[in-house]
Design a binder for this molecule. Structure first.
Ligand code: ZN
Length: 152
């Protein structure tokens, strides 16, 4: 049995090491390159894990004017910061920080504010469409040019 990484003869049992999603049998020295698997070698047919795809969550962006939007919507409703805080189960200090722009609300908080105030804070960031970029990338087209073309 030779180490699948360095090719050296493995004395004793090789270690099953998970490197980059695939399990390799390696010597002790090379086992540090990955995560050592607990199962003894060859007792089970090595089950290749499905290549892990990171589930891409939709990205959201909090609008730049979030603090003004929140404050204006709150004042329109005649709520104090404490009133708003109570409605979304947050501390008034959180509202203070958000309205002063010192704190950017995370998605969870932004959603609560949106619902309580009937406003929109989150913009969904659409995935770029690479095909379009490739086809328009001719003769040194810059990103600025593309943005300009899209605007027309
Ligand atoms: Zn090795």
């Amino acid at each position: 049995m030779r180490c699948e990484i360095c090719g050296k003869k493995v004395i004793g049992r090789p270690l099953r090491v998970k490197i980059d999603g695939s399990v390799m049998q390696t010597c002790k020295d090379c086992s540090k390159f990955g995560k050592v698997q607990k199962e003894p070698p060859r007792s089970v047919r090595p089950r290749m894990p499905p290549r892990s795809f990171r589930v891409r969550e939709p990205s959201y962006e909090v609008s730049e004017e979030f603090n003004t939007t929140i404050r204006m919507a709150r004042e329109k409703k005649g709520w104090s910061r404490e009133d708003l805080a109570k409605k979304i189960y947050e501390k008034a200090s959180v509202i203070n920080r958000v309205e002063s722009g010192k704190m950017i609300p995370d998605i969870k908080l932004a959603r609560k504010l949106e619902n309580a105030l009937n406003i929109q804070l989150l913009d969904k960031i659409e995935d770029e469409q690479p095909e379009e970029n490739i086809s328009s990338r001719k003769g040194g087209t810059t990103i600025g040019d593309i943005a300009h073309i899209k605007r027309n």
